[in-house]
Design a binder for this molecule. Structure first.
Ligand code: NAD
Length: 263
């Protein structure tokens, strides 16, 4: 048989929990992983939308995809997702912690303790709780991985989304610590995502003029990203293609924002 260079990217035999996959980036990752052969559970605050998206993905790919309601900031709801996924698919080999978001804070002196705590709960602690809940099953699986949706704002100046950028920076550190603590059992990595224009931008207080500007950000590729652009990096980290890679970050952001000193 001819050598198959794409064979290591196949997700056949993998069973995935993916959080926040009812729309946008999470839905793009879900479609790519199911398209590659994984069985996947979308866990999202919006249970109806999660189910509808999962049904669309199953139809489009011919694969297995389910959806259910889950608030990832609630431990009992996390446990329910783990139980339902194991019941449906027989185990969990792969976790994608994709949930996250944050508000805009134009005044860096006016971020409340509550803003920071809410951002940590959603962007950082939820990923830890979900990782720990899946861990007993990950330890039993071949090619077990945890991959997080990180943000460019965790590694670059993010003064107007400070609480979010801070929580995502903590997620990077958590990824590296877990990769070491779970060495030889579970590979743990993060994708630092750049600008992918979604309805979440309006929710975060970014006005239409700024959203228009962000369609053509000053990055090396010269455009904003799409969920599909981002999903390919997740396929690499979740599949056996990255079997010698753990504790790593890849930036998927069009080459980042260009910093110019003289014009
Ligand atoms: N869009 C971007 O430009 C961008 C840039 C960098 C990083 N990211 C990161 O990528 C990930 C996905 O971003 P997106 O733009 O697709 O987000 P989005 O807001 O469009 O979608 C997030 C999904 O998560 C769900 N969700 C929200 N709170 C939840 C909770 N408590 N429990 C369970 N589900 C919940 C929502 O219902 C929604 O379906 C996030 O972690 C985000 O921080 C996005």
């Amino acid at each position: 048989m001819a050598f198959d260079a794409f064979g290591d990217f196949r997700m056949t035999g993998h069973t995935v929990v993916l959080t926040g996959g009812a729309q946008n980036i999470g839905a793009g990752i879900a479609k790519t992983l199911v398209g590659a052969g994984a069985k996947l559970m979308i866990a999202d605050l919006n249970g109806e939308k999660a189910k509808a998206t999962a049904a669309d993905i199953a139809k489009e790919t011919g694969g297995e995809c389910l959806g259910m309601a889950c608030d990832v900031t609630k431990a009992d709801q996390i446990d329910a997702v783990v139980g339902a996924t194991v019941k449906a698919f027989g185990g969990i080999s792969t976790l994608v912690n994709n949930v996250g978001w944050g508000g805009r804070h134009d005044d860096p002196t006016a971020i409340s303790d509550e803003d920071f705590i809410a951002s940590y709960k959603l962007n950082t602690i939820s990923a830890y709780r979900m990782s720990m809940a899946c861990l007993p099953y990950l330890k039993l699986a071949k090619n077990a991985t945890i991959t997080n949706s990180g943000s460019m704002s965790s590694a670059a100046a993010a003064y107007d989304i400070l609480a979010y950028g801070t929580a995502k920076a903590a997620l990077n550190q958590m990824m590296i610590s877990l990769a070491h603590l779970l060495a030889k059992q579970v590979r743990v990595n993060s994708v630092l995502i750049g600008t992918v224009l979604t309805p979440g931008y309006a929710d975060a207080g970014i006005d239409e003029a700024m959203q228009e500007k962000l369609k053509n950000p000053d990055n090396l590729v010269g455009r904003a990203g799409s969920p599909e652009d981002v999903a390919n990096a997740f396929l690499y980290f979740c599949s056996p293609a990255s079997r010698w890679v753990s504790g790593q970050i890849v930036n998927v952001h069009g080459g980042g924002n260009v910093v110019r000193l003289f014009n």
